[in-house]
Design a protein around this ligand. Structure first.
Ligand code: AMP
Ligand code: MG
Length: 407
């Protein structure tokens, strides 16, 4: 059976690229840059005062305690810099430096003598408290590389640099088809004996939205190959990716592999050496989109999404692959035989900052209550020996957006 790494590599190799599109930076939060962004102008745009005080022309000499300076006037932020040459101007933070001024002396280091003069109270080195034009960014300096998500910090830089439009990756378009005769999607509908509430679709829908994908459809279908084939044909027209859940293992209703064959899909792999989620499959549909067939057990769906769909979406968006952290086990851990194990876990840190990982009780694939206690997936290589307490294991954040949420 294919290893996790080989299966993922096969999926990514057949993924192709998403086009870029222009996006107003005002609307770009959550999108991902498709091109590097560079400063077009200097930041700050002009030399200006870093403190409220006086701008002095010291001609590079030390400013002596006791020296008295005549004040030519006052410059505040938004004023055009005065052009008249003068030894000293009263100046406010952010105001443009008058020509020739080479130092700003804060109010605290001065005493105002009258309306037209002030005295410097201490010996001061020249050149202090000035923000030079271009000292933050020079024209042409890189601001962010392709693959950077547009977040609040990047928006601040784009705004400061006056960049009103960026090239971003088109949002991946994803359709979700949940299968199972037993599933009830309507929260208000009472359950008949044998029925359960459908939870995979809501998970996938929310996780996809958090990742910046566009959800084209989220449908709950019966175990009916004809209904499945019709839904597949419909969503395949627009989708980059179709996510199905359920009906990929060995049960009598596990019709998805046969239905894909009938629809002319090309199977990329069926079955991966992972636990949970072993029956997971991937295919390319005749119309072009990729399909991931996630097993229906909720934890297998979550895991398959986290470790196959997320890397695929990151690849499409030009984001680098995730890398795990290493955390020390709080208790010994047995391996998962020939399969790569993914375990619901809780990562925290000690007083000295060492990462610790506790593998949670209740690892079975139907148990979703423990998912909320988890903030991580611990992963164990195939054929791993038993690990002692304190041994280090690889951990990934639980959440598909790849962010760590520690205590
Ligand atoms: P399957 O992969 O179709 O054999 O389903 C495996 C298990 O997951 C069964 O217990 C199903 O009832 C359950 N299951 C399948 N799909 C969902 C879903 N969308 N929401 C919740 N449980 C599901
Ligand atoms: Mg089923």
């Amino acid at each position: 059976m294919l290893s996790y790494e080989a299966a993922l590599a096969r999926l990514i190799a057949s993924a192709g690229a998403l086009p870029a599109e222009a996006c107003a930076t005002d609307e770009a939060a959550g999108r991902v840059l498709a091109e590097a962004v560079r400063a077009q102008a200097a930041l700050p745009p002009f030399d200006n005062a870093a403190m409220d005080g006086y701008a002095l022309r010291s001609d590079g000499r030390a400013i002596a305690a006791g020296s008295v300076w005549p004040i030519a006037g006052r410059v505040v932020a938004a004023d055009a810099p005065p052009q008249a040459p003068a030894a000293a101007w009263e100046i406010m933070t952010g105001a443009a430096l008058p020509p020739g001024a080479d130092s700003v002396v804060p109010y605290e280091r001065t005493k105002r003598l009258d309306a037209a003069r002030m005295r410097v109270l201490e010996d001061l080195a020249p050149g202090r408290h000035i923000r030079r034009a271009g000292s933050d960014l020079q024209p042409g300096d890189p601001i962010a590389t392709a693959g950077t998500p547009v977040d609040a910090t990047l928006r601040m830089l784009l705004a400061a640099a006056g960049i009103g439009q960026v090239q971003v990756k088109r949002a991946p378009r994803v359709a979700i088809l949940s299968t199972g005769d037993e599933l009830v999607a309507d929260a208000d509908a009472p359950l008949r004996p044998g029925q359960i509430r459908a939870s995979n679709g809501p998970f996938l829908q929310t996780a996809l939205t958090e990742l910046g994908a566009r959800v084209l459809a989220c449908r709950t279908l019966g175990d009916d190959p004809a209904q499945f084939a019709a839904a597949l044909a419909e969503v395949a027209v627009e989708a980059d990716l179709v996510l199905t859940t359920g009906a990929v293992s060995a049960g009598v209703h596990d019709f998805v592999p046969a239905a894909l064959g009938k629809a002319g899909a090309q199977l990329l792999f069926q079955g991966v050496a992972i636990r949970p989620g072993k029956p997971l499959l991937a295919a390319r549909l005749a119309q072009g989109p990729l399909l991931l067939g996630l097993p229906g057990n909720p934890v297998a769906t979550v895991l398959g999404f986290r470790f196959f769909a997320v890397p695929l979406l990151r690849h499409w968006l030009g984001r680098p692959p995730e890398r795990p952290l290493l955390a020390r086990l709080t208790e010994p851990l047995r391996g998962r035989g020939a399969l790569r194990g993914f375990l619901k876990a809780r990562v925290s840190h000690d007083g000295d900052g060492t990462l610790r990982v506790r593998v949670l009780a209740g690892q079975e694939s139907f148990r979703i209550a423990s998912l909320l206690q988890a903030n991580a997936w611990a992963t164990l290589a195939p054929d791993a020996d038993e690990l002692a307490a304190d041994a280090r294991v690889e951990v990934y954040p639980r959440d598909p957006d790849g962010r760590w949420r520690f205590d």
